[in-house]
Design a protein around this ligand. Sequence first.
Ligand code: SF4
Length: 160
Amino acid sequence: MQMNEIECAGFIEESCDDGPGFRSVLFLQGCSKNCKDCHNSAIKNHGEGTVVELGTLIDYIDRNCGNKKITISGGEPFEQKESLLALVRMLKGMDYNICIYTGWDYENVPKEIWKYVDYVKTGGFVSSLHDENIQYVGSSNQHMYKYVNGRIEELDLTIE
Ligand code: SF4
């Protein structure tokens, strides 16, 4: 696969569960973390998705994401790091509000991503830590961070 391509698993136009506000969600194919409780196990294998050229993908997103708010989930987005960086750089240049859903912990999130994204959700789903009193994530080991005015802040996800 080339750096100007990315392997995708799907796209939904509107969700209210995948980060703040109504957002489109792009699912990237493949995750090697193999969490016991994976919520997206059907798209875990690399090589079983659809490889799309980034320009074609951007055109598709722009036609189907009405409010320029997008979440990139998976699978594990950072397992396609170079292509992901190119994608978010282009989307940020078009004034998109971008959220990444990763199963990686905060310490492992590539620092260069913060230049181009507004939110990052970290951590894989753990069913024994499932908590219905928090929003946007499924279990209490997962966290969401916001990049604002050059600073990274953790969001309080408690449902009021
Ligand atoms: S990190 Fe997320 S997508 Fe990857 S195996 Fe774990 S729950 Fe599934």
